[in-house]
Design a protein around this ligand. Structure first.
Ligand SMILES: [Fe+2]
Ligand SMILES: [Fe+2]
Length: 211
Protein backbone atom coordinates (compact mmCIF):
# COMPACT_ATOMS: atom_id res chain seq x y z
CA UNK A 1 0.00 0.00 0.00
CA UNK A 2 1.40 3.40 -0.95
CA UNK A 3 0.94 6.66 0.92
CA UNK A 4 0.94 9.27 -1.82
CA UNK A 5 0.74 12.51 0.15
CA UNK A 6 4.35 13.59 0.62
CA UNK A 7 4.73 17.04 2.14
CA UNK A 8 7.85 19.09 1.44
CA UNK A 9 8.62 19.50 5.12
CA UNK A 10 7.66 16.19 6.53
CA UNK A 11 4.75 16.29 8.90
CA UNK A 12 5.15 13.63 11.63
CA UNK A 13 1.62 12.58 10.70
CA UNK A 14 2.94 11.54 7.27
CA UNK A 15 5.63 9.46 8.98
CA UNK A 16 2.91 7.90 11.09
CA UNK A 17 0.75 7.19 8.03
CA UNK A 18 3.65 5.32 6.44
CA UNK A 19 4.08 3.37 9.69
CA UNK A 20 0.41 2.33 9.62
CA UNK A 21 0.65 1.32 5.95
CA UNK A 22 3.77 -0.67 6.81
CA UNK A 23 1.95 -2.30 9.75
CA UNK A 24 -0.85 -3.50 7.46
CA UNK A 25 1.59 -4.91 4.90
CA UNK A 26 3.76 -6.58 7.52
CA UNK A 27 0.85 -8.18 9.37
CA UNK A 28 -0.53 -9.53 6.09
CA UNK A 29 2.92 -10.87 5.18
CA UNK A 30 3.36 -12.47 8.63
CA UNK A 31 -0.04 -14.12 8.35
CA UNK A 32 0.91 -15.60 4.98
CA UNK A 33 4.29 -16.74 6.33
CA UNK A 34 2.72 -18.37 9.38
CA UNK A 35 0.16 -20.09 7.19
CA UNK A 36 -2.64 -18.62 9.27
CA UNK A 37 -4.55 -16.94 6.44
CA UNK A 38 -7.31 -19.57 6.61
CA UNK A 39 -8.02 -18.88 10.28
CA UNK A 40 -7.17 -15.30 11.09
CA UNK A 41 -7.55 -14.77 14.79
CA UNK A 42 -10.08 -12.06 15.80
CA UNK A 43 -7.30 -10.07 17.54
CA UNK A 44 -5.36 -9.84 14.29
CA UNK A 45 -8.47 -9.18 12.22
CA UNK A 46 -9.33 -6.31 14.57
CA UNK A 47 -5.81 -4.93 14.36
CA UNK A 48 -5.98 -4.94 10.56
CA UNK A 49 -9.46 -3.39 10.45
CA UNK A 50 -8.53 -0.63 12.90
CA UNK A 51 -5.28 0.04 11.05
CA UNK A 52 -7.07 0.42 7.72
CA UNK A 53 -9.63 2.76 9.28
CA UNK A 54 -6.87 4.78 10.91
CA UNK A 55 -4.95 5.08 7.65
CA UNK A 56 -8.10 6.23 5.82
CA UNK A 57 -8.80 8.86 8.49
CA UNK A 58 -5.22 10.15 8.45
CA UNK A 59 -5.10 10.33 4.63
CA UNK A 60 -8.45 12.09 4.61
CA UNK A 61 -7.15 14.66 7.10
CA UNK A 62 -4.09 15.31 4.93
CA UNK A 63 -0.69 16.70 5.86
CA UNK A 64 -0.98 20.37 5.04
CA UNK A 65 -1.42 21.59 8.60
CA UNK A 66 0.70 21.06 11.71
CA UNK A 67 -0.34 17.82 13.30
CA UNK A 68 0.72 18.71 16.85
CA UNK A 69 0.73 15.78 19.25
CA UNK A 70 -1.73 13.78 17.13
CA UNK A 71 0.73 11.29 15.54
CA UNK A 72 2.24 10.41 18.89
CA UNK A 73 -1.19 10.04 20.47
CA UNK A 74 -2.28 7.74 17.64
CA UNK A 75 0.88 5.67 18.04
CA UNK A 76 0.45 5.40 21.80
CA UNK A 77 -3.13 4.22 21.33
CA UNK A 78 -2.15 1.66 18.67
CA UNK A 79 0.83 0.30 20.62
CA UNK A 80 -1.13 -0.04 23.84
CA UNK A 81 -4.04 -1.71 22.01
CA UNK A 82 -1.67 -4.25 20.46
CA UNK A 83 0.04 -4.86 23.81
CA UNK A 84 -3.35 -5.35 25.48
CA UNK A 85 -4.44 -7.90 22.86
CA UNK A 86 -1.15 -9.74 23.13
CA UNK A 87 -1.43 -9.84 26.94
CA UNK A 88 -4.89 -11.44 26.59
CA UNK A 89 -3.60 -14.05 24.13
CA UNK A 90 -0.63 -14.90 26.35
CA UNK A 91 -2.86 -15.11 29.42
CA UNK A 92 -5.01 -17.69 27.60
CA UNK A 93 -1.90 -19.53 26.36
CA UNK A 94 -0.53 -19.68 29.91
CA UNK A 95 -3.79 -21.45 30.89
CA UNK A 96 -3.29 -23.84 27.94
CA UNK A 97 -6.24 -22.26 26.13
CA UNK A 98 -4.60 -21.92 22.76
CA UNK A 99 -4.24 -23.54 19.38
CA UNK A 100 -2.44 -22.78 16.13
CA UNK A 101 -4.49 -19.65 15.37
CA UNK A 102 -3.76 -18.18 18.83
CA UNK A 103 -0.06 -18.99 18.62
CA UNK A 104 0.18 -17.42 15.17
CA UNK A 105 -1.72 -14.36 16.43
CA UNK A 106 0.66 -13.98 19.38
CA UNK A 107 3.64 -14.08 17.00
CA UNK A 108 2.01 -11.59 14.63
CA UNK A 109 1.21 -9.14 17.45
CA UNK A 110 4.65 -9.45 19.01
CA UNK A 111 6.20 -8.92 15.56
CA UNK A 112 4.04 -5.83 15.22
CA UNK A 113 5.35 -4.41 18.51
CA UNK A 114 8.93 -5.32 17.61
CA UNK A 115 8.64 -3.31 14.38
CA UNK A 116 6.65 -0.39 15.72
CA UNK A 117 8.30 0.39 19.03
CA UNK A 118 11.68 1.43 17.55
CA UNK A 119 9.94 3.60 14.93
CA UNK A 120 7.73 5.14 17.59
CA UNK A 121 10.74 5.91 19.78
CA UNK A 122 12.56 7.44 16.82
CA UNK A 123 9.55 9.64 16.11
CA UNK A 124 9.49 10.80 19.74
CA UNK A 125 13.21 11.44 19.89
CA UNK A 126 13.86 12.96 16.47
CA UNK A 127 10.68 14.61 15.34
CA UNK A 128 9.71 16.87 18.18
CA UNK A 129 7.64 15.77 21.17
CA UNK A 130 10.28 14.91 23.72
CA UNK A 131 12.94 17.14 22.22
CA UNK A 132 10.36 19.86 21.70
CA UNK A 133 9.26 19.44 25.32
CA UNK A 134 12.87 19.97 26.38
CA UNK A 135 13.07 23.22 24.47
CA UNK A 136 9.92 24.41 26.20
CA UNK A 137 11.00 23.29 29.67
CA UNK A 138 14.73 22.43 30.03
CA UNK A 139 14.20 21.45 33.67
CA UNK A 140 12.56 18.26 32.38
CA UNK A 141 15.89 17.13 30.87
CA UNK A 142 16.69 14.37 33.38
CA UNK A 143 13.22 12.82 33.07
CA UNK A 144 13.39 12.92 29.27
CA UNK A 145 16.85 11.32 29.43
CA UNK A 146 15.50 8.51 31.66
CA UNK A 147 12.60 7.87 29.26
CA UNK A 148 14.94 7.73 26.27
CA UNK A 149 17.08 5.18 28.11
CA UNK A 150 13.96 3.08 28.56
CA UNK A 151 13.37 3.09 24.81
CA UNK A 152 16.43 0.90 24.31
CA UNK A 153 15.35 -1.40 27.10
CA UNK A 154 11.91 -1.97 25.51
CA UNK A 155 13.39 -2.62 22.07
CA UNK A 156 15.75 -5.28 23.45
CA UNK A 157 13.06 -6.78 25.68
CA UNK A 158 10.65 -7.33 22.79
CA UNK A 159 13.45 -8.85 20.70
CA UNK A 160 14.25 -11.32 23.48
CA UNK A 161 10.59 -12.34 23.69
CA UNK A 162 10.51 -12.81 19.93
CA UNK A 163 13.52 -15.13 20.13
CA UNK A 164 11.66 -17.19 22.74
CA UNK A 165 8.61 -17.56 20.49
CA UNK A 166 10.65 -18.26 17.36
CA UNK A 167 13.30 -20.66 18.75
CA UNK A 168 13.17 -23.59 16.32
CA UNK A 169 12.49 -27.02 17.79
CA UNK A 170 11.91 -25.70 21.30
CA UNK A 171 8.47 -25.79 22.94
CA UNK A 172 7.42 -22.27 23.92
CA UNK A 173 7.21 -21.76 27.70
CA UNK A 174 3.97 -19.79 27.47
CA UNK A 175 3.63 -19.21 31.21
CA UNK A 176 7.09 -17.64 31.32
CA UNK A 177 6.46 -15.58 28.20
CA UNK A 178 3.16 -14.37 29.69
CA UNK A 179 4.82 -13.38 32.98
CA UNK A 180 7.71 -11.64 31.22
CA UNK A 181 5.43 -9.80 28.80
CA UNK A 182 3.23 -8.78 31.77
CA UNK A 183 6.21 -6.93 33.26
CA UNK A 184 7.03 -5.29 29.95
CA UNK A 185 3.40 -4.29 29.44
CA UNK A 186 3.18 -2.68 32.88
CA UNK A 187 6.40 -0.78 32.33
CA UNK A 188 5.26 0.36 28.88
CA UNK A 189 2.04 1.74 30.37
CA UNK A 190 4.05 3.62 33.02
CA UNK A 191 6.39 4.89 30.32
CA UNK A 192 3.65 6.33 28.13
CA UNK A 193 1.92 7.82 31.17
CA UNK A 194 5.18 9.53 32.25
CA UNK A 195 5.62 10.83 28.71
CA UNK A 196 2.10 12.24 28.73
CA UNK A 197 2.93 14.01 32.01
CA UNK A 198 6.09 15.54 30.55
CA UNK A 199 4.32 16.80 27.47
CA UNK A 200 1.54 18.26 29.59
CA UNK A 201 3.96 19.99 31.96
CA UNK A 202 6.05 21.37 29.11
CA UNK A 203 3.12 22.75 27.16
CA UNK A 204 1.15 23.98 30.15
CA UNK A 205 4.25 25.88 31.33
CA UNK A 206 4.68 27.22 27.85
CA UNK A 207 1.10 28.43 27.65
CA UNK A 208 1.38 29.98 31.14
CA UNK A 209 4.62 31.73 30.18
CA UNK A 210 3.17 33.26 27.08
CA UNK A 211 -0.18 34.17 28.61
FE1 LIG B 1 8.70 6.93 24.72
FE1 LIG C 1 5.70 7.00 23.63
Amino acid sequence: MQVHHRPQVEDPLAIHARAVAHRIESVERDLARLGASGAVHPSVRELLDQSREELDRVLERGFSTASGALPIQLQHAAILRTAERLAELLAAASRSEHGEAEDAAARVLLGCLARELPDHFALEERHGYLSQALEEAPRLASRVEALEQEHRLFTEWVRRLQQQLDAPGVAVAWTEVYADFGKLHERLLDHERAEGEILREAYEDDLGGRG
